[in-house]
Design a protein around this ligand. Structure first.
Ligand SMILES: [Zn+2]
Length: 463
């Protein structure tokens, strides 16, 4: 009994020592991991308390979004503030994937036939606007809609695409020289082989083929047959297995019905859908059934608002009857100051009564799918952290269309912050920033007195 007890005691002592050792080890691990957590937070940025709308993942709820190493690290309830280097309170705001504007213009466009003629002067101004302007609307990916063609794409890539903060992809114009130059109506310029080769060479950037502005007036002739531009754009797109984006003008021998019911392939995109020249409504005001029929075939409809392609007389009755374009886009270019921004186009549809979640779907996951880039337009964990923080304002607002008509509304959507690849690229109201009185000492330095840079208020994951 005693021996047993003694042995038992010894065993207990050994167990106690082993337990003590374990306890010490666990405590050491805990302390060191706590210290590690204190030294190196898990998240670079934590967006706290926003209403997350991520249609790709069927998320529509108040959640936190955490970012680490430029990627989405977590989306969930009550993510740890202690683990974040920087916390941004986005309570009352919407947090969505960075928006995708698939009809935008950057770069110069085509050249005139002769720079020294009076007509040449209209080309002095580039057609495209600065790519990064898109960031001011929560847009993190833009797609240039055919400003350049096979011959001019490299210039656009080197001048704009490679230098932009916003992600820039492109539809390649079937016209080798590009958009609105002196060669735009030359069918010889619509070189399928050159187009297909360029598409293959830059397949990481070029997501489709664009045809636009082709022979909208003037008699048909041996060179200018009704479908020459459309047919050649399709031939190039087939070679590259990418969609065509159509900017189209219906004529007697070239109907809209033929474009969307016969020519366009499933996955091809008709942009400018609410422009004045399309029979969107029948005489009795009902939405033309050819739209549903084309949609059934897989044809995609895009807004492409632009300077002349968005009319309330088409858009409002269509939206009321449940016909909405698959994707929302601006068609921003230097000749267009009516659209203003992606947020403005979204606001118009919101003011027509379309729910915000529906509009986010049409400006994130839908366009991503249309350009075959499904890794974009989502807040899935592991994907690049492209995020828009939006606010919905309520009050009296009014909007205009390309027919210079007005529509009143009681809601407006604005961008408050844009995060591109995990870094804050746009934050005009300082959501992510510290009040100046609370800035670190360097902020108060006068650099001309030999004080060390940086003099910013704090370190931020900022562009
Ligand atoms: Zn355009």
């Amino acid at each position: 009994m005693q021996r047993y007890f003694a042995r038992g005691k010894a065993t207990n002592m050994r167990s106690f020592c082993r337990f003590g050792l374990h306890f010490t080890l666990i405590a050491m691990v805990l302390v060191s991991s706590l210290r590690l957590a204190a030294q190196a937070p898990t998240y670079d940025l934590l967006l706290k308390g926003g209403h997350v709308i991520d249609p790709a993942n069927s998320v529509d709820a108040v959640l936190d979004v955490a970012i680490a190493g430029g990627k989405i690290a977590a989306v969930g309830k009550d993510l740890s503030v202690a683990q974040a280097k920087k916390v941004v309170d986005v309570t009352g705001l919407y947090v969505t994937p960075g928006l995708i504007d698939i009809h935008y213009h950057v770069g110069h466009g085509g050249a005139p036939l002769d720079w020294f003629t009076p007509e040449g002067r209209v080309h002095l101004q580039p057609l495209g606007i600065p790519a990064d302007w898109a960031l001011t609307s929560g847009v993190t990916t833009i797609v240039d809609a055919g400003t350049s063609g096979a011959e001019t794409f490299l210039l656009e890539k080197e001048e704009v695409i490679d230098r932009a903060q916003v992600r820039v992809l492109a539809f390649l114009n079937i016209v080798a020289n590009g958009m609105e130059g002196g060669l735009e109506q030359s069918v010889d310029q619509m070189d399928v082989k050159f187009c297909a080769e360029t598409l293959k060479k830059y397949s990481d950037i070029i997501v489709g083929v664009k045809t636009a502005h082709y022979w909208t007036a003037g008699p048909w002739d041996g060179e200018h047959t009704p479908w020459a531009a459309v047919d050649r754009a399709i031939a190039c797109a087939e070679a590259g297995k990418v969609p065509v984006m159509y900017d189209f003008w219906p004529r007697a021998d070239r109907s809209y019905a033929d474009l969307i019911l016969k020519k366009a392939r499933p996955g091809d995109i008709h942009t400018h859908v609410f422009a004045q020249q399309f029979p969107i409504l029948l005489k009795d005001g009902k939405v033309n059934p050819i739209l549903a029929e084309a949609h059934q075939r897989g044809v995609i409809f895009d807004v492409g608002h632009g300077q002349g392609s968005f009319w309330f007389r088409n858009a409002v009755p269509a939206a009321k009857q449940g016909f909405l374009p698959d994707s929302i886009s601006t068609d921003l270019h230097t000749g267009n100051y009516r659209t203003i921004s992606m947020a403005n186009v979204i606001s118009k549809f919101r003011a027509m009564g379309v729910p915000l979640s529906d509009l986010i779907q049409r400006s994130t996951v839908n366009p991503a799918r249309e350009i075959h880039r499904t890794e974009l337009g989502t807040l899935s964990v592991g994907k690049e952290a492209d995020i828009a923080v939006l606010e919905e304002l309520h009050g009296k607002f009014s909007y205009i269309d390309c027919g210079l008509a007005k529509m009143n509304g009681d809601v407006q959507v604005i961008a408050r912050m844009t995060v591109r690849a995990g870094r804050v690229a746009y934050d005009p109201s300082g959501l992510s920033m510290v009040e100046w009185e609370k800035a670190r000492p360097q902020y108060f330095n006068n650099p001309s007195e030999g004080n060390p840079a940086p003099a910013t208020a704090e370190d931020l994951p900022q562009h």
